[in-house]
Design a protein around this ligand. Structure first.
Ligand code: C2E
Ligand code: CA
Ligand code: CA
Ligand code: CA
Length: 279
């Protein structure tokens, strides 16, 4: 039987070129948005489970598009990664988060730790440590309040180079977290070779807490192992009081999720933090 590739190829080509031109448009728009100041950081609260004190916030990028409104990062971070724009964008995130921390300190808000997401491409950029050092120096913040969120795959890549970079970052005084822990294929025992302070337990495990014994056993095991390796634990995506209660019972240190608060624009986060402090 003879196939009729023409139709298929034709269709495929059209779809492809559409995707390519759409991507090019997106790429150009992202560059313009960075130049024109259309990116914004939202902040999501993180609280300590033993006393529900507000201790930190994760900075999460948003694109405030003049026509389309607020665009979530999963719509543009992958393209920024592929094109390399993530490097200047990530520098902007670091500078903005550090400046924000400084502003909040100057305004008398309680001292908060801020978590900043670092992408794979940014991690492999030779200037990362220098960029982090500059953001700290320029804002004059206490480096210990800056936490860099890295993923397992970044740490799995190349042993020696990775270890050297992480030591360099740790020497600046910042802390390091493993984001989305449990979604990669690394083990905590392996990750312990690196100067990592905190394990962020992925939302998938928190969701499973409600479901069954197995879900609880896994979360419990991650928390116990992290503690036995002197690492702190933050559970992500905590949406219910039941989840928070189970995590507290297992000794989890901190939680982040809609139960406490959604990611908020700066002004709203400041109000949230002040109210939270008083209540
Ligand atoms: P992430 O680092 O794992 O960030 C947590 C994501 O979970 C955020 O999505 C947050 O809004 C969402 N989330 C928080 N609490 C809950 C909850 O209780 N339930 C549910 N269903 N979701 C919750 P967001 O802000 O859309 O960010 C998505 C991802 O984009 C982030 O995942 C991170 O990987 C990436 N990202 C965000 N900002 C930056 C950035 O500045 N730089 C880089 N390189 N990546 C970023
Ligand atoms: Ca994160
Ligand atoms: Ca995460
Ligand atoms: Ca993620």
């Amino acid at each position: 039987v003879k196939r009729q590739p023409d139709n298929h190829v034709g269709f495929f080509d059209a779809a492809m070129s559409f995707a390519v031109s759409e991507r090019l448009t997106l790429e150009r728009s992202l560059k313009d948005a960075l130049r024109d100041g259309h990116f914004e950081l939202f902040y999501q609260p993180q609280v300590r489970l033993k006393d529900y004190r507000l201790v930190g916030a994760e900075a999460l990028i948003r694109w405030r598009h003049p026509e389309l409104g607020v665009i979530a990062p999963d719509k543009f971070i992958p393209v920024a990664e592929e094109t390399g724009l993530i490097v200047p964008m990530g520098r902007w995130v670091l500078e903005t988060a550090c400046r924000q921390m400084r502003t909040w300190t100057d305004q008398g808000l309680m001292p908060l730790r801020i978590g900043v997401n670092i992408s794979g491409r940014q991690f492999r950029d030779a200037d990362l440590a220098e960029t982090v050092a500059a953001a700290i120096a320029e804002s004059g913040i206490d480096a210990r309040r800056l936490d860099l969120e890295l993923t397992e795959s970044m740490l799995m890549a190349d042993g020696e180079g990775t270890l050297k970079l992480l030591r360099e970052l740790a020497a600046l005084g910042v802390t390091l977290s493993i984001d989305d822990f449990g979604t990669g294929y690394s083990s905590l025992a392996y990750l312990k070779r690196f100067p990592v302070n905190t394990v962020k337990i992925d939302r998938a495990f928190v969701r499973d807490l409600d479901h069954d014994e197995d879900g609880r056993a896994i979360a419990n095991a991650i928390i116990s192992l992290a503690h036995s390796l002197s690492m702190k634990t933050i559970a992500e995506g905590v949406e219910t009081k039941a989840q928070a209660a189970l995590l507290a019972r297992h000794g989890c240190d901190e939680i982040q999720g809609y139960m406490i608060g959604r990611p908020l624009p700066v002004a709203d986060f400041s109000v949230f933090a002040r109210n939270y402090q008083e209540s």
